[in-house]
Design a protein around this ligand. Structure first.
Ligand SMILES: [Fe+2]
Length: 291
């Protein structure tokens, strides 16, 4: 590579760490292509260490890879999370247990403490999420990632054949019922725009690889099945996907910028750090309709 950065595999599934790259400046086309290629080869998980970015630079970096939710050309995420957006940058979703002097939360506390894929309940769910750790607790606060591609590839051919034609309903109401305090759920979010039927097995637009695309946090059921039938099949898939061999554990370092692919992975933020301050900002890139 022309740039002097160091690329290191963090897991056998491909997860990759990059050091020595400064993302605060615009990247040339060649480097953008290299990062995309590396991202795809990593199974959708890159961790850039030691980044020193303003919120605007984080957004500018992200825009080189797609259109963020909440940007002028993009659509907003669900209204329920609007209270956690950065006051000056609607592209930034803030994740934090901190409050300001008036007691107003600086971000969503306990965000993503369940297995999910960001914004999977939209007709066009998220592609990348690009999360920047500005302040991390002294211990805890790791994020788990489950690789839906490796998990798919290990299924028997009979199970692959069974799953191939199936669709699942993804519905924000599933997350709203279990993850959000009732007064803060905006009722309009429970209407049409935050429900979508997606193939259970989706094919990545760049790599052509197939991944399991259901998650317990936001998938309500398999289309056409009785609830009990659906529950049994989904339970198998969730248990299969979350076996330790498919998990990458991101142990955050301050100034990490992690870029993951919601099309190939689901993730789980571990809430085990109490009041130890934690503050991260996320840009979420809009993706295509799953096929
Ligand atoms: Fe998330």
């Amino acid at each position: 590579m022309r740039h002097n950065h160091i690329v290191k595999k963090l897991s056998i599934l491909g997860t990759t760490e990059i050091r020595g790259l400064d993302l605060s400046e615009p990247l040339d086309d060649e480097l953008i292509a290299e990062i995309k290629d590396l991202w795809n080869k990593s199974g959708g998980m890159l961790v850039f260490r030691n980044q020193h970015l303003t919120s605007q630079q984080h957004i500018d970096f992200s825009r080189q890879f797609g259109i963020p939710f909440g940007s002028p050309e993009g659509v907003p995420m669900q209204d329920t999370v609007s209270r956690y957006l950065h006051p000056d940058h609607p592209e930034l979703y803030c994740v934090s247990n901190k409050v300001d002097k008036k007691g107003v939360p600086k971000g969503r506390k306990g965000a993503g403490t369940y297995w999910h894929s960001d914004v999977s309940f939209r007709e066009e769910p998220a592609a990348a999420s690009i999360l920047y750790a500005k302040q991390i607790p002294s211990v805890g606060g790791d994020t788990l990632f489950a690789d839906g591609t490796a998990a798919y590839e290990d299924l028997s051919q009979a199970m692959k054949d069974l799953l191939a034609p199936l669709y699942a309903l993804h519905d924000f109401a599933v997350a709203a019922a279990t993850q959000y305090t009732n007064p803060f759920v905006i009722n309009d979010d429970l209407d049409g725009a935050n429900k979508a039927l997606h193939p259970v097995i989706r094919t990545h637009v760049d790599t052509g690889r197939k991944s399991i695309f259901v998650n317990p946090g936001q998938t309500s059921h398999l289309d056409g099945f009785d609830q009990a039938e659906s529950d049994a099949l989904l339970k198998f898939l969730y248990e299969h996907m979350t076996q330790p061999k498919y998990i990458f554990r991101q142990i955050w370092q301050e100034h990490d910028l992690a870029m993951w692919d919601n099309r190939t992975m689901m993730h789980f933020a571990i809430d085990n750090y109490g009041d130890d301050p934690r503050y991260l900002e996320r840009v979420t890139l809009m993706g295509e309709r799953p096929v």
